[in-house]
Structures are given as structure tokens and as C-alpha cells.
Design a protein around this ligand. Structure first.
Ligand code: ADP
Ligand code: MG
Length: 460
């Protein structure tokens, strides 16, 4: 980056050397931590008529630099070079334009300045979290459709849109996708995305500095406000109060609100009643735990983007074993891909087992054979004793096979031991049961869903 944005005039090499010295000095002064966070991201872009132009990757860092370090920077630079008059800090995106058309970028930068407040409070968006990258299946289709609807509407189709679901199921992804899409369609619409925690943090800071008016002002000019993980403001009375007012004010002005949480409004704890009911006024869309199909589609989609190829049976294995959430699926896939490219050969199930031992263990709950037998008999309406009986009628054979299969996949018991627990059967009977159930899961969707449901019940 530094290389390419260098203005190739004669003194630039000198300026680079001075910049290196300034960085060294400032590092000594403020310490490694702050240096890494605030100074290291800076690049020298230009030196023109006494003005040094530095670039930063985002507005958050820029603001902090202006508030806290610009004086120090100037002072240290003056020690190196008497001609320095001022330091200007621009955003990296402007820096890129800078090379193309300096004048344009300055104009753009001027315009940008007035947006500082809002840009500042919102968190930055993950470029990968788009609608195109979001894989849709039964568990998330409602949330996805609602998100698209909000992003594509000129007006406010429902207020608020309340998205909820367990961790790692795509709530944040959908919110960012809405923001990207709205900005793509109409760059002038003002979107703020921030976590409830950050909302709280800014509010408390505003209280401390007695400028809650300015705090409120930041939201007044917004078109779309998204607050992620709202469960974090539960119990924090003053923040809740403020959030409630902000919320009401924005809804009254017909501004779009999008809220996410890990639970439905009714189930959120430590939230005032009026708040709870208000949150449920618009559209409440939940993301259900992922099904096997969706897990597999997500893995396949992510695999397509990888440099290395991962065999189908490994993907299927992952989709079977890692049931918790997409984040863990991604983690597992990335680990396998990294390993595969390191060793330079295709990965197989055994290697996957070894590589993911920790992950597989953590998603393996402590369920025992007896619990499995009990759950399965309840579910299929057979007697618990039939799990070990000699009866061979179809109504008990299939549930028994399922219970054996679950014992094999959910516990660490050996095949002979499982056989013993099912009325002293031979381990080959267990192998047969496991094969049979696997086969049925592959060809019969509703059977597969039944088994999936059992697994989920046993896991929770
Ligand atoms: P949450 O906010 O619900 O905890 P995130 O939105 O952070 O979950 O999702 C966790 C990870 O899983 C992210 O990397 C996200 O891109 C990915 N992810 C979640 N759902 C999907 C999906 N349906 N398709 C593709 N990726 C997904
Ligand atoms: Mg999230």
C-alpha cells in the first residue's frame, strides 16, 4: 500500500525517512499497544506545501487520531522537519482515489466530513456478509425474505424487523447484507449498524460527558437503524430507557429499525414490558437451528470458494457431526482446507477425524445409551423393554436400529458394548443397524428429519 500510494517527487524518500523516525518516537512515547492500534495503520501519502497527508483505513481510527494524537504527531514531525505546517489525515478509500484524481478526492473528502458523527458511531460492515453469500434453506427462509424485503423497499414495510435465533446462525450476516443492499440501491440513505453493547457504551459515555443531546442527535438523521444482539441491554435500566426513547422517536418518524436478539421479544429477560411489546410490533422472524441439508449446502457453497478441493464425503461427514452453528462449520472447513493445502493432498475422513478432534468432542454431548433408548421408545411409542427384547416385528426393529445408530454416533461406546446393552446382541447386529439407518437417512427425507430431530432433542 505504502509503495503504491507514494507520490514520486524527489523529497518523498526523505519524507519516508522522517516518517519512520516520527513513528519510532511516538512508539516510545505512547507504548506498543496504542501504537499498534492507532499509529501503525497510518500510511504516508503526500507532502505538499507544508501539509503532510497520512491515510487511515477507517473513520474510527481517524477520529481517534484527530482527537488524541494529531498534536503529538505534528510536534514530533516538526522536530524532524521545520517546514511542516499541518497534518491531514484522510481515509484510505480517498487515498486510493487520490492517485487517480486528487481534486475529486478532496471534494469527496470535504463531503465526508459532515458525516463523521454518524459514520463514527456505527460499526463497520463485513464485506463478505451479503445476500448473495447467504445460503437459504427452511430454517432461515423467513428471516432471509424479511431481510430482503426491508432492503429492497423504498418505504418501511414493517417496523421493527426483529430477527432472532441462536448464536452463529446468521443474524449479523443478514443485518450487514441489508445495509449493503440499501447503500447499493441508494447511497444517500443513512444506515447505522451497531451492537447493543456499543449503543450502551456510547450512551454511558454521553451521560458521563453530559452530552446526551449530541448522542440523540446522531440518530435523528438516520434512515435505518440496526441494533445487533439487543439481549445485552437487558437489565441496564438507564440504557434501556434511552433505547426505548430512541426507538419510539425513530418509529414515529417512520425510520426503519432492525433489531436482533438471541430470543424472541416474549422470551427476552430483564426487558421492560412496554419495551418487549413494542419490539414485537413489526415482523418477528426467527432463524431455526440448521438442518442437515442446510449445513451441507452451506459447506458446499463455502467449499466452492476455496482453493483446495474437499471430497463430498468429508463435507457430508462435517454436516453430520457439526450441528451447532455456521460459525463452527466454517471453522472446521477452514481448518481442513488449510491442512490440505499445507500437505498438498486431498483430505479424507480419517484425517478429518484427527484434525477436528477437539471440535467433534465439544459438539458431542454427554448422553448415554439409556437416555437414547428412552427417548427413542417414547418417540416411536414402543416399550423401553423392547430395546433389549428378542421381538423382531418391524414396529420394534426399526426404532431399535435407530437407537443403536444413535448410540454409536452420540456416545463413545464400542460396538460390542452397544450390542450388549441391546439385549446381548452381537456387534455385527449393531454394524448392520448403523448401515441401515445411514442408508435410510440418505434416501428418505422424512426419516432423516426424524433422526435429526431425535439428535437435537438428545443434544439439548
Ligand atoms: P449470529 O450473528 O447469528 O451469531 P453470524 O451472522 O455472525 O451469526 O454468522 C456466523 C458466521 O456464519 C458468519 O461467518 C456468517 O457469514 C456465516 N453464516 C451464517 N449463516 C449463513 C448462511 N445461511 N449462509 C452462509 N453463511 C452463513
Ligand atoms: Mg451476531
Amino acid at each position: 500500500m505504502e509503495e503504491s500510494s507514494v507520490n514520486k517527487n524527489a523529497s518523498f524518500g526523505e519524507m519516508q525517512a522522517q516518517w519512520a523516525a516520527v513513528r519510532g518516537k511516538i512508539r516510545q512515547k505512547i507504548g506498543d499497544g496504542p501504537f499498534k492500534s492507532w499509529i501503525k495503520p497510518l500510511s504516508l501519502v503526500d507532502f505538499n506545501k507544508g501539509t503532510i497527508v497520512l491515510s487511515v483505513p477507517n473513520n474510527f481510527i481517524r477520529t481517534r487520531l484527530l482527537e488524541e494524537y494529531s498534536e503529538l504527531l505534528k510536534e514530533l514531525w516538526l522536530n524532524q522537519n521545520k517546514n511542516v505546517r499541518s497534518i491531514e489525515i484522510i481515509l484510505l478509500e480517498n487515498n486510493l482515489d487520490f492517485k487517480k484524481n486528487k481534486f475529486e478526492s478532496e471534494k469527496k473528502f470535504e463531503k465526508k466530513k459532515s458525516y463523521d458523527l454518524t459514520d463514527n458511531i456505527g460499526a463497520s460492515l463485513d464485506q463478505r456478509f451479503t445476500f448473495t453469500n447467504f445460503i437459504v434453506g427452511k430454517p432461515n427462509e423467513l428471516a432471509f425474505a424479511a431481510a430482503r424485503r426491508v432492503a429492497e423497499s423504498e418505504d418501511v414495510p414493517f417496523n421493527p424487523l426483529f430477527l432472532y435465533g441462536g448464536v452463529g446462525l446468521g443474524k449479523t450476516h443478514l443485518m450487514h447484507a441489508i445495509a449493503h443492499e440499501i447503500k447499493r440501491r441508494n447511497p444517500l440513505r443513512r444506515v447505522i449498524y451497531l451492537s447493543a453493547e456499543k449503543f450502551m457504551y456510547h450512551f454511558i459515555k454521553a451521560l458521563r460527558f453530559k452530552n446526551t443531546v449530541a448522542f440523540k442527535e446522531q440518530f435523528r438523521t438516520v434512515d435505518v437503524l440496526m441494533i445487533d444482539d439487543v439481549q445485552f441491554i437487558s437489565g441496564k435500566d438507564s440504557t434501556q430507557e434511552e433505547f426505548f426513547h430512541t426507538f419510539n422517536a425513530l418509529v414515529d418518524q417512520n425510520k426503519q429499525l432492525i433489531i436482533s436478539a438471541d430470543k424472541s421479544p416474549q422470551d427476552l429477560e430483564g426487558i421492560e414490558e412496554r419495551m418487549r411489546s413494542r419490539l414485537g410490533w413489526g415482523l418477528v422472524a426467527d432463524i431455526h437451528p440448521l438442518t442437515y441439508e442446510l449445513r451441507l449446502s452451506i459447506l458446499q457453497a463455502k467449499e466452492d470458494k476455496l482453493e483446495v478441493q474437499i471430497p463430498d464425503n468429508v463435507l457430508e461427514f462435517l454436516a453430520h457431526k457439526i450441528t451447532t452453528n455456521v460459525r463452527e462449520l466454517e471453522g472446521a472447513l477452514n481448518r481442513i482446507a488449510a491442512f490440505s493445502s499445507l500437505v498438498g493432498r486431498q483430505i479424507n475422513i480419517e484425517m478429518t477425524h484427527d484434525l477436528l478432534r477437539d471440535l467433534l468432542k465439544s459438539s458431542q454431548r454427554k448422553v448415554n445409551i439409556e437416555q437414547i433408548q428412552k427417548k427413542v421408545s417414547e418417540n416411536f411409542n414402543v416399550k423401553m423393554s423392547d430395546m433389549s427384547s428378542a421381538r423382531r416385528s418391524r414396529t420394534v426393529v426399526r426404532p431399535r436400529q435407530i437407537a443403536m445408530y444413535l448410540s454409536k454416533s452420540l456416545t463413545s461406546r464400542s460396538l460390542p458394548e452397544i450390542g450388549r446393552r441391546f439385549g446381548n446382541r452381537d456387534h455385527t447386529t449393531v454394524i448392520h443397524a448403523v448401515k441401515k439407518v445411514e442408508e435410510l437417512r440418505n434416501i428418505d427425507v422424512s426419516f432423516d428429519e426424524d433422526v435429526e430431530l431425535l439428535i437435537r432433542m438428545l443434544e439439548s
